[in-house]
Design a protein around this ligand. Structure first.
Ligand SMILES: Cc1cc2nc3c(=O)[nH]c(=O)nc-3n(C[C@H](O)[C@H](O)[C@H](O)COP(=O)(O)OP(=O)(O)OC[C@H]3O[C@@H](n4cnc5c(N)ncnc54)[C@H](O)[C@@H]3O)c2cc1C
Ligand code: SF4
Length: 438
């Protein structure tokens, strides 16, 4: 029976290992070569293809699909990776339903797009299983660039800079690379330790060194990096989360959703991970959906996402909301929490309807807060815009020789693919600037 009292609280091991393995297997199983050929055949190879315009990394989608359909998956992967070195991860995590596949002419005409994401995964998987790294570095420039953060933005910047002949040192606070690819993305989107395998593959380009356990402000400073290196790129992401600022937030089993997902991603045995019986997730973005779905898949009896605005206004796409509903997650819209109730641990949450000022309560023994991430108070003497680092169209900050990209900047959506695009473009600008081209 559901256990929703503060006496109980989250439990581990509700499901047996076989059910857990099944629940956390690939969300979209990969295509085999026959399925890939059939899927590729549906592409019209459009001139001025709208899918390309919709891709933040401008991958030549008709070209890579044609290369699959003509039996050249390795060449196809090269087309993808030329533009997006984390094309393997993006194939797994991109919200394609709001990007390339939404723009696909076959989506517009028939409501059934070409499966661009799965085809990208097919090609990149083939290439990454071939031992060779397909890129060769240009002759050395003798320039040294420091990168703060080994997330998608930092890794994409590092690869492009190394490719162009520069030497790169990445400093990251954690003990593992990948940023949110490793600690945030839902477990069923990135299975079989793919994030680590992809970084190991990326580093085969050479010329990139990663120093782990190095925290900006404690172990090094921006001014120190500027003295030691020719340029600095900041890809530190958003290390902090918003709080609800209501009574009861410090009760036991009130947890930040990113922290919950991070423990899940790092768990050696999912059966040991504690999850409530009645889980309430507050928020409306990808993090809220991922936390809710994963709670359900871990064995929570009842999971409800509560969002302060309407279904249509939710930042998570309707596709993601439907996915969560298909796993048994419930949604309550137009409601905001006003009090978390309990003595030691949480037992219920009081909400107010944002449209007609009525109140209601939900029993809860685990509350996951997913109301947005914010920047850490980084000791950076850089101008801010909307509480993030201010950059120009080339990702240059207002301090000489310092660039920034990814979630920590004030431009672009907070998506893996956007972070990759910004890291890559900043790197191209850094290289051009150091080599005197601009
Ligand atoms: C739960 C969750 C699920 C998500 N799911 C998706 C998804 O399905 N699809 C999608 O496209 N996007 C998703 N996103 C968004 C995506 O993960 C981010 O947009 C992307 O990771 C941003 O990359 P980044 O390199 O800018 O930052 P991050 O990935 O956050 O990497 C920043 C790196 O900097 C390091 N760092 C931070 N501060 C310091 C410091 N002071 N000193 C040294 N190192 C530091 C960190 O350790 C980290 O390695 C999700 C985000 C979350 C939180
Ligand atoms: S829009 Fe669709 S059909 Fe046209 S090139 Fe892109 S994937 Fe192919």
């Amino acid at each position: 029976m559901p256990n929703n009292s503060e006496v109980g609280g989250p439990l581990a091991g509700r499901l047996d290992p076989i059910s857990l393995k099944k629940n956390f297997s690939d969300l979209h199983p990969p295509l085999d070569s026959h399925e890939a050929a059939v899927a590729a055949d549906r592409c019209y190879f459009c001139y001025d293809a709208p899918c390309v315009t919709a891709c933040p990394t401008d991958i030549d989608i008709p070209l890579f699909i044609r290369q699959i359909s003509t039996g050249m998956p390795v060449a196809s992967a090269k087309t993808i990776l030329d533009q997006n070195i984390l094309g393997g991860m993006c194939a797994r995590v991109c919200p394609t339903e709001t990007l390339c596949e939404e723009a696909c002419v076959r989506e517009k005409a028939e409501g059934k797009p070409v499966q661009i994401g799965l085809l990208q995964r097919y090609a990149t998987d083939v290439l990454m299983n071939v031992d060779d790294h397909p890129f060769e570095r240009a002759p050395s420039t003798n320039k040294k660039i420091a990168i703060v953060g080994a997330g998608p933005a930092g890794l994409a910047a590092a690869h492009r800079l190394a490719l162009l002949g520069n030497n790169v040192v990445i400093l990251d606070a954690k003990e593992k690379p990948g940023g949110l690819n490793e600690f945030g993305i839902a477990a069923y989107k990135s299975t079989n330790d793919f994030a680590q395998k992809e970084v190991a593959w990326l580093l085969k380009i050479g010329g990139i060194k990663i120093n782990y356990g190095k925290l900006l402000g404690r172990d090094f400073s921006l001014s120190g990096l500027r003295d030691e290196y020719d340029a600095v790129f900041i890809g530190a992401g958003l290390g902090n989360v918003r709080s609800l600022d209501i009574d009861g937030e410090s009760l036991r089993n009130v947890q930040d959703a990113v922290e919950f997902i991070s423990s899940l991603r790092q768990a050696k045995d999912l059966a040991e991970l504690e999850v409530g019986s009645n889980v309430v997730v507050i928020g409306g973005g990808m993090t809220a959906i991922d936390a809710a779905v994963q709670s359900k898949l871990l064995g929570a009896y009842d999971v409800t996402v509560v969002y302060r605005r309407s279904m249509e206004e939710m930042p998570a796409s309707l596709y993601e909301q439907e996915l969560a509903k298909s796993k048994g997650v419930k949604f309550i819209y137009n409601s905001r929490p006003v009090q978390i109730v309990g003595t030691e641990g949480i037992s219920s949450i009081k909400f107010q309807n944002t449209q007609h000022d009525t109140e209601f309560s939900l029993p809860a023994d685990h509350l996951l807060k997913a109301i947005g991430q914010i920047m850490d108070e980084l000791p950076l003497e850089l101008s801010r815009e909307n509480n993030k680092i201010k950059v120009d169209e080339n990702f240059k900050t207002d301090v000489a020789n310092v660039w920034a990209g990814g979630d920590c900047t004030s431009i672009g959506e907070d998506l893996t693919v956007t972070a990759v695009a910004q890291g890559r473009d900043a790197a191209i600008n850094i290289h051009a600037s150091l080599s005197g081209e601009i």
